[in-house]
Design a protein around this ligand. Structure first.
Ligand code: AMP
Length: 565
């Protein structure tokens, strides 16, 4: 019981055992329990699939991937928005023992190059176009060898391990294979090889790599096992009291654990349906889809709910099918939570808190919690998870006293791909993941996230490493020195602000700097504000004082912060 805590250390309920299933195992379980139940609806693609239909397509795709030369343990990247193909690839990779590598569709050439090389992808599934961006052209700029390669036999300088490119949509591209062709090839193959491989799979094997932005430098590849994410998806959905009658509207991205684990795995562990309203977030599509598909649950980062509530046509839609949902990913404004409960018919909405490295969720509020606690905290600790709050000396703080939040248990990732040193910095010898978030736990075990130790920016749920943006901006010939900070933003929670010292005798405008970024780094990392300064506030030891820069810029730009859970 967590009713009268004295110190900030909590341990989740263990009455329900952890599942020992692979991602494919939970799919098979759902197929057996409800073959004719709706598994996936993607109205924008005109697709609805039952669990039996998903099973058949996943089987064919998995056989096709093996037929194309992939072997268990190979990394298969997916660089696409939410779509049916994403869903099928996720489960086919699991069935064939491949490691799925989630690549943010907002990534542009510099980021894609890093991601594919870092984990040595052997295959990449990508969408031909999204929102006017030409993905084929971006790939070609990195790997011009595509044009002369036989499909499945790519050999290119930039990505030595990459052999197979599978294209979703668009007109056929030389050197690549259309997604449907892989499925069709698989349909012609026998079950033998795949069945042999499936029988050897173990839930404790790594299955998924998701990139996270830390404070320092390039993204890290959080490596998650089946066991990590199957259980997290399961317990998140338990927290929503999900059943096979539920339909979750998932506007959050699949490349992130919010869409893939809390969304799709949450649904599949409970035989429920996943519904994609659109490829990239569109508030109107969400409202339309909730109404037309009679969704019972809706997910979103705070800014998505703000955009839906603020949509000029909001009042036109019948959202009465909604019952529950999740707000997470960034501090959740109390006022927005209240409006979601009252105006979006989501009386049982919960808040989740977590991070990619912990599969992701560690805290979740419950529909039975008192309203104040539900809108004003991130709830209580998740089943089978331990959390403590420690002070600078590493001592557990008394309840009510803030400190760094640390998480331990089944949910902690295996490590950062190929980076033992960074893994050891994040997970200590006792198995505690140092989250870099500052939390406070009260005597009833409810937690509040009050800040961050790490100097990460969260813009509308997207995490941005200031250091990564700084390193990119240093490539600009006129930039002498740069400090990137997050400043408050009414729409996105935080916005990227780059403060730049120019080289002697050089000139650059705000637009020059933004233009330099366009197409090379994801749009959400491109600074909203570019400020030219003569100097940075420094400590006596010569460290740039980011918090002072942030404060100066917030004042100079006249920006204010909101209260949140
Ligand atoms: P990610 O790894 O992308 O899932 O981002 C994890 C980070 O998002 C955490 O370390 C927190 O800083 C932040 N975060 C996630 N959920 C919440 C929440 N409910 N309230 C405040 N911050 C959150």
């Amino acid at each position: 019981m967590t009713s009268h805590l004295t110190h900030s250390i909590v341990s989740g309920d263990r009455s329900q055992p952890l599942l020992e299933l692979t991602v494919d195992g939970v799919l098979r379980r759902a197929v057996a329990a409800g073959p004719d139940t709706l598994a996936l609806a993607a109205p924008r693609q005109g697709v609805r699939l039952t669990y039996a239909e998903v099973d058949r397509q996943v089987e064919h795709l998995a056989r096709g991937l093996l037929g194309a030369g992939l072997r268990p343990g190979d990394r298969i990247g997916i660089w696409a928005p939410n779509c049916v193909e994403w869903y099928l690839t996720m489960f086919a990779a699991a069935r064939a023992g491949l490691v799925l590598v989630n690549v943010n569709p907002a990534y542009r050439t510099a980021e894609l190059e890093f991601a594919l090389r870092h984990v040595g992808c052997r295959a990449l599934v990508y969408s031909a176009t999204l929102k006017g961006s030409d993905y084929v052209q971006m790939l070609r700029s990195l790997a011009p060898e595509i044009d002369t390669a036989a499909p499945g036999e790519l050999a290119c300088a930039c990505f030595p391990e990459l052999r197979l490119l599978i294209q979703i949509g668009g007109s056929p591209t030389l050197g690549t294979v259309p997604f449907q062709t892989v499925v069709d090839d698989g349909a012609r193959r026998g079950p033998g090889e795949l069945a042999r491989i499936s029988a050897t799979l173990d839930a404790r094997q790594p299955y998924n790599i998701q990139f996270t932005s830390g404070t320092t430098g390039l993204p890290k590849g959080a490596t998650l096992t089946h066991h990590n994410i199957v259980n997290n998806g399961f317990f998140v959905a338990e927290g929503l009291r999900l059943t096979a009658a539920d339909r979750i509207c998932i506007p959050v991205p699949m490349y992130h654990c919010f869409g893939m684990v809390m969304g799709v795995l949450g649904a599949v562990t409970h035989g429920a349906a996943s519904v994609y309203p659109s490829d990239a977030f569109d508030p109107l599509a969400v409202l339309q889809t909730v109404e037309s598909e009679r969704c019972t649950a809706l997910y979103g980062v705070p800014t998505m709910f703000i955009a839906e509530l603020g949509h000029p046509r909001f009042a036109e839609f019948d959202l009465s099918s909604l019952r529950t949902g999740i707000m997470a990913g960034a501090p959740c404004p109390i006022a927005v939570m209240r409006r979601v409960i009252d105006e979006m018919h989501m009386p049982q909405v919960t808040i989740c808190y977590g991070m990619t490295e912990t599969s992701p969720v560690s805290f979740q509020s419950d529909a039975a919690d008192p309203l104040e606690r539900r809108v004003g905290t991130v709830g209580r600790v998740h089943p089978h998870v331990e959390v403590k709050i420690v002070d600078a000396a590493g001592e557990v703080t008394p309840c009510g006293t803030p400190g760094e939040l640390m998480t331990r248990g089944y949910s902690v990732m295996q490590g950062y791909w190929n980076e033992p040193r960074r893994t050891d910095e994040a997970i200590d010898a006792g198995g505690w993941m140092h989250t870099g978030d500052i939390g406070v736990i009260d005597e009833h075990g409810y937690c509040n996230i009050v800040g961050r130790v790490k100097d990460m920016i969260i813009r509308g749920g997207e995490n941005i490493s200031p250091r990564e943006v700084e390193e990119f901006l240093y490539r600009h010939p006129a930039v002498l020195d740069v400090a990137v900070v997050g400043v408050p933003d009414a729409r996105y929670g935080e916005a990227v602000c780059a403060c730049i010292r120019l080289r002697e005798g050089m000139v650059a405008t705000e637009d020059d700097i933004r233009e330099f970024c366009n197409g090379k780094i994801a749009h959400y990392k491109v600074p909203r504000y570019v400020r030219f300064v003569d100097s940075f506030p420094m400590t006596v030891t010569g460290k740039v004082q980011k918090f002072l820069i942030r404060e100066q810029q917030r004042n100079a730009l006249g920006l204010v912060e909101e209260s949140h859970a």
